[in-house]
Design a protein around this ligand. Structure first.
Ligand code: NSS
Length: 432
């Protein structure tokens, strides 16, 4: 037996008659009389294996015949060109060992969404799920490379907290010994504390939102990439966002064209994702929506429907700036030019996918922050430490949070956000 190689490697260097060994799982199998056709997959690809009486020991042929879908196998054989095989080559087995036999696989070709979700631990082996996870890794890797090149320091904020960063409605409460604590909705306030020594920081952590609504873009646990930058205003913050998002998409395009194509995303659709992105004010967007017949007024938040209407025909992401103060978080800085609004921007993905980033310049005036917390009936005690950041050498600063699964959903052209994460948590599901 030669040393095992990845299927991708075997196919890339395939020469007729050459022997190779592969390890993987049975993806499809059928036998007709004395010959078995098995498609084997590993993390890198798939290859057709044929096991034919006379080419391998009878015991191995028996093993090949009885090996059900998802059995793990080690196969050695010679490679031959075969135009009918899925990858253009087939392996003619001289040895076929079953390492772990599989019970009848619960997932067959046409399955309900619910069954697929109940069997998520098995369904993640599918080619689509595998492709999504690879694209996701490249997206996150693209971000980390860009962040490093742009002098951001990665930090590790807490997940257990006593602060509601994004309001009480979506907080997961838990008993913390004899007190109450929450699962973090956002690392923002902690990142704000860290810029005073590190200037530019980021964290990539899970965030938790007790979202009761069932939508195609909300998870209760998602991966949150958050940045905070000292000495940066809202406009500089948007430049950082467009640079970062472009680098994430570009890395996915560089590394994962094949996977994107498999998912039905034409990689060329994403070529235009380069700075600068369009910038539009909230007021302007409300005007457009009204003209299109939507029932909206200055003061309404933009939901999935409105965001879809605004971005459906776009090819690249779009910033919407200057939302009304009342519908945004307490920490956003008031705009001096139009004090009804705050210096913020949401970044909306094109093709109707909608919000992928929420960001803003931060309020630095401690009295304004106290006033806004009071107006919202939020007890100040838990925020004293945060107010201190304005009392000890405050600086203009900005930051934002990007939902990784939101970006993956857009880049991979997925119908539902749950397919952007291997084990989705939603209001209806925490198993498996
Ligand atoms: O609520 S956000 O709009 N903003 C914040 O949490 C800020 N405190 C971030 C910051 O400035 N550091 O959430 C940010 C992003 C949002 O644009 C989405 O892309 C994503 O987080 N997000 C979600 N993704 C998946 N599921 C849910 N439920 C969800 N909520 C927000």
């Amino acid at each position: 037996m030669s040393a095992p190689k990845s299927i991708k490697h075997v196919l890339a260097s395939a020469r007729t008659g050459e022997e190779a060994t592969i390890r993987g799982w049975i993806y499809r199998t059928r036998s007709s009389g004395a010959i078995v056709f098995a498609v084997v997959r590993d993390s890198s690809g798939i290859i057709q294996v044929t096991a034919k009486k006379g080419n391998l020991p009878d015991a191995d042929l028996g093993a090949a015949k009885s090996a059900a879908i998802e059995s793990s196998v080690i196969v050695t054989g010679k490679i031959f060109e075969d135009k009918r095989a899925p990858s253009g080559y087939e392996m003619r087995a001289s040895s076929f060992q079953v390492i772990g036999a599989a019970s009848p696989f619960p997932i067959t070709e046409y399955q309900s969404e619910e069954l697929l979700l109940d069997n998520r631990h098995l369904w993640i082996r599918s080619r689509e799920q595998t492709a999504v996870m690879k694209v996701k890794a490249s997206i996150m890797d693209g971000a980390r490379q860009w962040l490093k090149q742009n002098d951001f320091v990665e930090v590790t904020p807490p997940i257990l907290t006593q602060n509601a960063c994004e309001g009480g409605v979506t907080l997961f409460k838990l008993k913390y010994f004899d007190r109450e604590a929450f699962l973090s909705q956002s690392a923002q306030m902690y990142l704000e504390a860290l810029i005073f020594s590190l200037d530019r920081v980021y964290s990539l952590t899970p965030s938790f939102r007790a979202e009761k609504s069932r939508t195609t873009r909300h998870l209760t646990e998602y991966w949150h990439l958050e940045l905070e930058e000292a000495w940066v205003d809202n406009s500089g913050n948007m430049e950082i966002q467009e640079g970062l998002v472009s680098a994430m998409v570009e890395n996915a395009l560089r590394e994962r064209r094949e996977e994107l194509t498999l998912l039905g995303r034409d990689p060329d659709d994403l070529k235009e994702v380069r700075p600068p992105f369009t910038r539009r004010s909230y007021s302007d967007v409300i005007g457009e929506l009204k003209a299109k017949g939507h029932d909206v007024e200055f003061g309404c938040d933009l939901g999935a429907v409105e965001e879809r209407a605004v971005t459906a025909d776009e090819k690249v992401p779009m910033f919407v700036t200057n939302f009304p103060k009342e519908i945004k978080a307490f920490y956003m800085k008031e705009d001096e030019v139009d004090p009804r609004t705050v210096k913020c921007a949401d970044l909306l993905a094109p093709e109707g996918y909608g919000e992928i980033i929420g960001g803003s310049e931060r309020e630095t005036d401690v009295n304004k922050l106290i006033e806004r917390l009071n107006n919202l009936n939020i007890p100040i005690e838990a925020y004293e430490w945060y107010l201190d950041l304005r009392r000890f050498g405050s600086v203009p600063h900005s930051g934002f949070g990007l939902g990784i699964e939101r970006v993956v959903r857009w880049v991979c052209k997925l119908e539902h956000i749950r397919d952007a994460i291997p084990f989705p948590r939603t209001v209806a599901r925490v198993y498996p």
